[in-house]
Design a protein around this ligand. Structure first.
Ligand code: HEC
Ligand code: HEC
Length: 274
């Protein structure tokens, strides 16, 4: 996906001079909202691992924040009536109900986030189940469960955990790619970079457990200070891009966005893509 994204990003630079008329077609709209939902899925699974004591507890708050920020991207992404994917037509037929459920998720996650920021995992966990209203909505508005969910159960949790983190980064970067290539109107750009920054800030923790496997090269650990530097730069640059996008608009954020998305630089050194 990375290479494809890069060509999209480069095309975006060329296209940026053209008038920004954005007419998303159906498939693009479906892809976009699925990137957002996938981000929720990756963070929810990563969160579960922290609660089960299989991943660093320090990252609990980060996943809650990322879920809160990402949930706020979702309703806009479903607003265009683009049937397809695993969304039932009822999403649009019963839009009021769908929107109420999505807004409820946003409100509950915002409150959970507040609780986590003030009291940490111990105070937030009792609220967790009530906040994650995911399945209730899926039962009504989604056609099927994705098979990917169970695929990693047997994997070492330390490896699964960091792959959920990279998966969340991947899903948000894919959404950004769609916006930069003007496939999708820009209503969420700053929010995507917020989630990227929050996620990247905790990514290093996910690699601290020195468990080989997945697609990680041994260089992650044998050259840890450099890996650390790459990841910290990624976190800083995505945070900076979020700030520019919010304060000056997305055109102004384009250069910063390109600089931030250094996925390939890091993967060339530390990831063995299978
Ligand atoms: C208001 C309804 C609603 C809520 C709340 C909701 N979802 Fe979804 N979700 C959907 C719909 C509809 C789809 C199918 C989208 C499509 O395929 O176009 C979906 C799809 C998904 C997918 C599959 C994405 C993909 O790659 O195709 C995942 C994963 C997911 N949701 C996770 C979650 C998690 C985790 C939560 C809770 C934190 C959540 N969802 C809350 C409606 C909801
Ligand atoms: C600082 C280094 C670094 C940066 C920056 C980085 N990655 Fe990664 N990424 C890795 C490593 C290492 C792995 C292998 C993890 C493993 O399998 O254990 C990985 C794995 C992945 C995977 C595979 C996930 C899976 O399911 O196994 C995807 C997709 C991915 N990265 C996307 C991205 C995207 C998109 C960006 C940029 C927006 C990015 N990464 C930025 C180091 C990085």
């Amino acid at each position: 996906m990375n290479r494809a994204w890069y060509s999209v990003a480069c095309a975006a630079v060329l296209l940026s001079a053209a008038p920004a008329v954005v007419r998303a077609d159906n498939d693009e709209v479906v892809d976009y909202r699925r990137h957002i939902m996938r981000t929720l899925g990756e963070h929810a699974q990563a969160l579960a691992l922290t609660v089960e004591g299989k991943a660093p507890a320090e990252n609990f708050n980060l996943h809650v924040k990322a879920l809160a920020l990402t949930s706020a991207q979702a309703l806009k992404a479903f607003a265009p009536r683009a049937e397809g994917g695993n969304a039932r037509p009822e999403v649009w037929q019963n839009w009021t109900d769908f929107a109420a459920r999505m807004n409820e998720l946003v409100t509950k996650l915002a409150s959970l986030d507040k609780r986590a920021q003030t009291g940490g995992m111990a105070t937030a966990v009792p609220e967790l189940k009530g906040a994650l209203t995911c399945e209730g909505c899926h039962e009504v508005f989604r056609t099927q469960h994705s098979a990917a969910r169970t695929a990693r159960v047997k994997e070492n949790p330390a490896v699964a955990y960091r792959r959920h983190i990279m998966g969340a980064i991947d899903a948000q970067a894919s959404a950004v790619g769609q916006i930069l290539s003007t496939e999708i109107p820009d209503t969420n750009l700053a929010a995507h970079f917020d989630v990227l920054a929050v996620t990247a800030a905790g990514a290093l923790k996910a690699f601290e457990a020195k468990v080989p496997g997945g697609e990680a090269k041994s260089e992650v650990w044998s050259r840890w200070p450099e890996f650390e530097k790459h990841m910290q730069e990624f976190a800083q640059n995505t945070a900076a891009t979020a700030a520019i996008a919010r304060e000056q608009g997305s055109d102004a954020a384009l250069t910063s966005a390109m600089k931030a998305l250094t996925c390939k630089n890091c993967h060339d050194l530390y990831r063995d893509k299978k």
